[in-house]
Ligand binder design. Structure first.
Ligand code: COA
Length: 345
């Protein structure tokens, strides 16, 4: 019998109805659709509506994931919510999500920026490998637009809001998390950060006037870091799983910028079609980015039973997180009815 691992048995997503297109941005800042598409590949992104909250978006995605898994809220043993845009400073959204789902299990929020969901997946895997928990819900959700300065053309074009979730269970047939790599280089932290609103520089009129409660980014430094880390992490997690990157059936990279994905593909000498891309529709949804792409890859029929999927995230920290996950038999051919759940936008 193979080692017990966490494998994916349910998946769901929620994207807000409001679309912010490149044409909309042309009316807000000095930019052009062509510049944005050429430099990033992004055509539109979603923004929360008046009724969307971080918790409501997470709950919507989670309900679909539980339905696919054939579970109810009361069956969940642990909830991890990857999120850096909470409804309130305290507590994080995980506790609200737990309550809304009718679960009575432990729940915590992991604030890891864009790497947060893969960090959460790897954390969940530890609890499943040890046998501590059986049904674990791992959510990635962001209303990152709340931290975006819509007068700063270098950041406002990049980001969007979304949520996605998976349900993990132990498998003993070889499916699940085969390998992972987590990393952090805090020396680079201030290349992507929010300088105001924390304990060093608490909210004040001055913080607001200086727009220090919004994300500040050194785009070129983050770009270089992202290309380096996407390619090296994919290489490392593949090797650890006894594979080469070209053996992976599909790669789900963090959906930050198509140019980053292209540069990493070139470094690894991999064809671009090995990489699943949906950033043209959503931009960078931070912690929701990889699970949202995974859910859409499944719904698009790009994921087959037993596929080995490489995932690599990178972002604030600066941090990175990669994993190779082997799918079980539940996607998508073996269970087309489950596949249809949550497929409609
Ligand atoms: N529209 C038009 N021009 C813009 C612009 C926009 N939205 N944003 C920046 N520019 C301008 C700059 O002001 C600069 O003008 P200048 O030469 O007159 O000073 C010029 O374009 C080039 O700027 P630069 O920052 O060198 O562009 P770039 O090619 O590095 O692209 C990013 C900028 C942000 C798209 C790119 O650096 C990037 O994607 N970095 C990674 C960001 C990321 O993924 N962050 C999240 C990680 S989780």
């Amino acid at each position: 019998m193979s080692k017990r691992r966490a494998h994916i048995v349910g998946w769901g997503k929620y994207v807000p109805a409001r679309v912010l297109s490149n044409a909309d941005l042309e009316r807000m800042v000095e930019t052009e659709d062509e510049w944005i598409v050429t430099r990033t590949g992004i055509r539109e992104r979603r923004l929360r509506t008046e009724t969307d909250t971080t918790t409501s978006m997470a709950v919507n995605a989670s309900r679909d994931a539980l339905k696919v898994a054939g579970l109810e809220g009361k069956d969940i043993d642990l909830i991890i919510v990857a999120n850096s845009s909470p409804d309130y400073l305290l507590p994080g959204p995980a506790n609200f999500v737990q309550h809304e789902l009718g679960a009575s299990c432990p729940a915590f929020t992991l604030a890891g920026g864009c790497s947060g969901w893969v960090y959460s997946l790897v954390t969940a895997n530890q609890f499943i490998e040890t046998g501590a928990y059986r049904n674990v819900l791992v959510v990635g959700v962001e209303i990152i637009s709340f931290a975006i300065d819509y007068t700063d053309r270098s950041t406002c074009i990049l980001f969007g809001d979304a949520a996605a979730a998976v349900v993990l269970q132990p498998s003993t047939d070889g499916a699940g998390v085969l390998s992972f790599e987590l990393g952090s280089d805090g020396g680079l932290a201030k290349n992507l950060w929010v300088p105001g609103g924390g304990t060093v520089n608490p909210v004040s009129q001055q913080v607001v006037d200086n727009r220090e409660h919004y994300i500040r980014m050194n785009g070129q430094e983050v770009f270089k870091f992202a290309v380096r880390q996407l390619s090296s992490s994919l290489h490392n997690v593949s090797t650890q799983a006894g594979l080469s990157p070209s053996d992976l059936d599909l790669i789900i990279p963090h959906q930050a910028n198509l140019r980053i994905i292209e540069a990493a593909a070139e470094r690894l000498r991999l064809p671009l079609d090995k990489f699943y891309v949906n950033l043209h529709k959503y931009g960078n949804t931070s912690a929701a980015s990889i699970p949202l792409a995974l859910v859409e890859a499944i719904q698009d029929g790009r994921v087959k039973p037993h596929d080995r999927i490489g995932m690599v995230a990178f972002g604030s920290g600066l941090s990175w997180a990669g994993a190779v996950v082997k799918m079980g038999v539940n996607v998508p051919v073996a269970n087309p009815e489950a596949l249809a759940v949550g497929a409609a936008d």
